[in-house]
Design a protein around this ligand. Structure first.
Ligand SMILES: [Zn+2]
Length: 306
């Protein structure tokens, strides 16, 4: 039985993306707009309810997970040179402003899923999971997950888990435990950041094993919400992908959404679910990245939404 509402609540505003194509290696600064445009072109947008009136983050929000010096430099007239090289994205004031919205979209999607577990929420974002307290790195400006979960834990006392299937295992959560005293409660280190080892069938088996472990935490009410981050760069279609065939990548979506359906139906636990995009690179045809994400979202709808 499908138990979630038909439409995916999507936290998107054009302020989340750069207005012009830049010469970045990463498409992350454009990705929010490009996925929404793609869903439109494919006549899929009617499955998504767009929410665009959420407030951007203030510096105060970024201070939760990052050194004040880095945050202040990021939102100043010019990012200090020593931070620029690590980031890998051409910094501009406009880019800095987009991060206020991408991080707020991510937080609001998770918060909204908690307030209304019947509705699956979506933040069309990437560029979080390599940032550390001291600086951004590898196309990731700020640790969106760390900020979102810390805020949610402090306000609501709830703990979350991230299923991060990006090819590049996220390090921002692990690297922040020493910096944030209550992060281990917001994102339990034993289960809160799920990255999968192996390739191909071994990867699929390991995903199932990790979800089995996660189920125990959910049933015991120690994990209260999930965030699914199905980075496209784990798929062989991607410029950086080498872990999974396209079928296997889509099988990961089916395994995960069926896992959630099983919690709904067999265990009577409607765990709040938010979705984000994470990595995806294709110099020749970025639509291939967008198509993977769109197919993932359609599997979600087919599996869970009435
Ligand atoms: Zn990646």
């Amino acid at each position: 039985m499908k138990t979630r509402k038909p439409k995916i609540k999507t936290f998107y505003t054009s302020k989340m993306a750069l207005s012009e194509i830049s010469e970045n290696t990463s498409e992350s600064p454009q990705k929010p707009r490009r996925i929404i445009e793609y869903l439109n072109q494919q006549n899929l947008i009617n499955h998504f309810q767009i929410i665009d009136n959420f407030l951007p983050f203030e510096k105060q929000d970024f201070y939760i997970a990052h050194h004040q010096e880095y945050v202040d430099s990021f939102f100043s007239e010019e990012l200090n040179r020593r931070y620029r090289r690590m980031l890998g994205i051409k910094w501009s004031k406009e880019f800095a402003d987009t991060t206020r919205y991408t991080n707020a979209s991510f937080y609001n999607a998770i918060l909204s899923s908690i307030k209304d577990p019947d509705t699956i929420c979506f933040s069309p974002t990437s560029g979080f999971h390599h940032a550390t307290p001291k600086f951004g790195g590898f196309f990731c400006s700020f640790s969106g997950q760390v900020i979102a979960s810390t805020k949610i834990y402090r306000d609501l006392g709830l703990s979350g888990a991230y299923i991060d299937l990006d090819a590049h295992h996220g390090n921002s959560i692990d690297n922040s435990y020493d910096y944030i005293s209550d992060l281990h409660l917001a994102i339990p280190p034993e289960i809160g950041n799920i990255n999968i080892e192996g390739k191909n069938t071994e990867y699929l088996t390991n995903l199932e094993l990790e979800l089995e472990k996660l189920k125990k935490w959910i049933v015991e009410k120690k994990i209260h919400y999930l965030v699914f981050c199905h980075g496209a760069d784990s798929c062989e279609e991607d410029d950086l992908g080498r872990l999974l065939t396209k079928n296997e990548w889509l099988e990961c979506s089916r395994i995960f959404y069926n896992f959630v359906a099983n919690l709904d139906n067999t265990h009577g636990i409607k765990i709040p679910l938010a979705i984000s995009l994470f990595g995806g690179y294709n110099k020749k045809d970025f639509n291939k990245v967008l198509d993977l994400h769109a197919q993932d979202l359609m599997i979600c709808i087919k599996t869970l939404c009435t």
